[in-house]
Design a protein around this ligand. Structure first.
Ligand SMILES: NC(=O)c1ccc[n+]([C@@H]2O[C@H](COP(=O)([O-])OP(=O)(O)OC[C@H]3O[C@@H](n4cnc5c(N)ncnc54)[C@H](OP(=O)(O)O)[C@@H]3O)[C@@H](O)[C@H]2O)c1
Length: 296
């Protein structure tokens, strides 16, 4: 699998694997180790985390595998996020879901992530969601601090609007290297609301979450899309999940889908999306089916 360059010395695999859906009540350590090893075998070397995934437990779940297999760390890249504070038994002082970008919280969150992941650095730290109360000077300073301390290699954001991105960047002496946003055939507004254009203009590679609509593409409620998928799956000799990824990869801005399946055979299938050359008009066939109408 190709690597996509985000900085002169840093790249992610063209498809990233996201661990949001891991659940340590349903999966064992050996299950997730299998997923990690399968990804690496397939050339997917980049793993998307957040401190909060699975009620604050998935970084440690991943970290146990790293601890038992120390040689893995240098083979993979870890993206994690901070800022969201969930209501959770693990956080007894939190009484409302909120966002916290105080320097103390960022620092504490990074230290917790490193401890849980059993690593001394993460490759990328993202601010998970914008907060109306983010003090950008304070937050930017702490991003520089964790980078200077070697705890974080690169920084970025997630779910930020272009103006929120620019505001934070204006106070930072290091680059924000990506914005991780939702985009799929079931959530295509970012293609026309300026979110993707902004990153494309700046030559930044967007990371794309829920590229298959979080599985909703397969729930039978999108009949127009399903009909077109059926025809195109035949034409390209593939399946809906793969074609939906190929639809994203066709965008010239160099989108990096973050896939979330727990099934290794589906991860393997996803690889073939990079080899599909979706014809221009076929891209629009799917887009129009998603819009429910002809483009204007
Ligand atoms: N930054 C953010 O705010 C944010 C928000 C949400 C997610 N994320 C990141 O994005 C990653 C991916 O999100 P996602 O899991 O929603 O991505 P996704 O790949 O769009 O959806 C994955 C879901 O689709 C199902 N699926 C995949 N292929 C299928 C098929 N052929 N038939 C039926 N079901 C299929 C999977 O089920 P199986 O497991 O059964 O295959 C899984 O439940 C997350 O892990 C996380 O890292 C970030």
């Amino acid at each position: 699998m190709k690597q996509i360059s985000l900085q002169s010395n840093f790249s992610l695999s063209q498809i990233v694997y996201g661990v949001w859906r891991w659940d340590n009540k349903k999966q064992s350590e050996s299950d997730v180790q299998q997923i990690i090893e399968a990804c690496l075998e397939f050339g997917i070397d980049s793993f998307d985390h957040a401190d909060i995934y699975n009620d604050y437990r998935n970084e440690a779940f991943f970290g146990k595998v790293l601890k038992q297999n120390p040689s893995l760390r240098s083979q993979l890249k870890i993206i994690t996020k901070c800022g969201i504070q969930l209501l959770s038994n693990n956080k007894p002082t939190t009484y409302v879901k909120h966002y916290n970008y105080s320097s103390e919280h960022i620092q504490m969150s990074v230290d917790n992530s490193l401890r849980n992941l059993n690593t001394d650095y993460v490759d990328v730290l993202l601010f998970h969601r914008p907060s109306p109360l983010m003090n950008v000077d304070e937050a930017a300073k702490m991003l520089e601090t964790v980078v200077n301390m070697g705890k974080v290699k690169y920084v970025g954001v997630s779910n930020f609007t272009p103006t929120q991105f620019s505001l934070l960047q204006s106070r930072l002496n290091i680059p924000l290297i990506t914005n991780q946003i939702e985009l799929s055939l079931l959530h295509h507004q970012p293609l026309i609301d300026g979110s993707i254009d902004f990153l494309y203009e700046k030559n930044l590679k967007p990371m794309i979450w829920s590229p298959l609509g979080g599985g909703r593409l397969f729930d039978g409620s999108h009949s127009m899309l399903s009909k077109e998928f059926e025809k195109l799956n035949d034409k390209y000799n593939t399946t809906t999940d793969v074609l939906a990824l190929a639809w994203l990869l066709r965008h010239p801005a160099g989108l990096i889908p973050v896939i979330g399946t727990n099934k290794t055979e589906r991860i393997k299938a996803a690889l073939s999306a990079v080899d599909i050359n979706l014809e221009l008009q076929d891209w629009f066939v799917l887009y129009e089916a998603a819009l429910g109408q002809e483009v204007p």
